[in-house]
Design a protein around this ligand. Structure first.
Ligand code: SF4
Length: 74
């Protein structure tokens, strides 16, 4: 059974997480522990980092489980 896509948003960025793709490398939680913290029920909190920083970390996800898009501010 496939698990649901998770969506985490701020005014600046939308981060999505596809649980079925995650290979549990830990790259995200080591790279930006304030934003990615698996001990929290809501484990991705993009509002706790700068949007550009969150985006850069998402790009380091080796599996493609994490993705992002910048939200238009106009
Ligand atoms: S970096 Fe990507 S593959 Fe690694 S634990 Fe985070 S979401 Fe999963």
């Amino acid at each position: 059974m496939s698990r649901r896509l998770q969506v985490y948003e701020t005014d600046e960025i939308t981060v999505t997480f596809e649980p079925d793709l995650c290979i549990h490398s830990g790259v995200c939680v080591r790279g930006l522990p304030a934003v990615f913290d698996v001990r929290r029920r809501r484990w991705v909190m993009p509002e706790l980092g700068a949007a550009a920083e969150v985006a850069a970390q998402v790009e380091r996800c080796p599996s493609g489980a994490l993705k992002y898009r910048m939200r238009s501010t106009d």
